[in-house]
Write a protein that binds this ligand. Structure first.
Ligand SMILES: [Ca+2]
Ligand SMILES: [Ca+2]
Ligand SMILES: [Ca+2]
Ligand SMILES: [Ca+2]
Length: 268
């Protein structure tokens, strides 16, 4: 094999081996709690806190039905620091309430709450490869999902918290308390133009969830990371050395989950 071709193939393999990274859930009271490097805010990264009442940071728009930006109020659950003081309450800020919902008729039912976004690579000057948000209120028990869609609306990657089944994702309070506010995010090295955020639960008392601090942008892998990945590949290619890597397309909980296509394709 010619050296240049070998180098190109190794570089490609290193890129692929970098894989995706999942972030969270981690406590989040202000942008300082983001796991992303936000030093490029306004150029390579953007953060929407909804404090001007709209989804209007550059390069992002609704993919499905628009969510509702909640004004300050007793049931509003903004990120804590958006009202100027980290005091355990987000009532004086603004948050986003989901509007999409799908319920099946199993017992107990599977309730799927949804918001979705698309990204404009021309407006941004890049295709984002990092996305995150702060889940601020919703059902205490359930699962949080980020789906990356291709341009045809099919799921390309599926990221799931917890890894299987349902777990504790919120608390028993719905009054703007910030104790249950948690960051969820992904780094997907191939980039993406469409993202769907789900909250799944079996509690049919819930028809929405709240989120805040949508953040998206581009992460450039460190050269040292690339070198490490290439080393990992060479080690993995040795005979008798097999390694299992974390499955990124994790198994969904038992029971039927709604697909995003259920929302964009007419039924029947
Ligand atoms: Ca506050
Ligand atoms: Ca806010
Ligand atoms: Ca709560
Ligand atoms: Ca909360």
């Amino acid at each position: 094999m010619r050296p240049l071709l070998a180098l190109v193939l190794l570089s490609f393999a290193a890129q692929s081996a970098l894989g995706a990274t999942l972030y969270g859930p981690t406590p989040y009271r202000s942008a300082a709690d983001s796991p992303f490097d936000l030093s490029g805010l306004g150029s390579t990264f953007y953060l929407e806190d909804f404090e001007d009442g709209e989804l209007n940071t550059p390069g992002i728009s609704w993919l499905g039905p628009p969510g509702i930006v909640l004004e300050p109020g007793t049931l509003t659950d903004s990120v804590d620091g958006d009202d100027g003081v980290i005091d355990g309450l987000g009532r004086d800020g603004r948050s986003l309430r989901s509007v999409g919902i799908s319920v099946d008729f199993s017992d107990p039912p599977n309730v799927s709450l949804i918001t979705s976004y698309k990204f404009d690579a021309t407006a941004l000057g890049f295709l984002p490869n990092a996305f995150g948000f702060v889940w601020t209120d919703g059902p205490p028990l359930g699962a949080v999902v980020i789906d990356v869609l291709d341009d045809a609306g099919n799921i390309r990657n599926h990221y799931y918290w917890p890894e299987t089944g349902y777990g504790t994702i919120g608390d028993e309070f719905f009054d703007g308390g910030t104790a249950d506010d948690s960051f969820y995010g992904i780094y997907d090295p191939n980039g993406f133009s469409r993202i769907v955020v789900w909250t799944h639960t079996r509690d049919d008392q819930f028809n929405s969830f709240e989120l805040d601090h949508l953040q998206y942008g581009v992460i450039v892998p460190e050269p040292s990371t690339m070198a490490c990945a290439a080393t990992v590949i060479l080690v993995c290619l040795l005979p008798r050395h097999t390694r299992r890597r974390r499955r990124l397309n994790q198994a969904a909980p038992t029971g039927k989950m709604a697909s995003f296509l259920d929302f964009v394709r007419p039924s029947g």
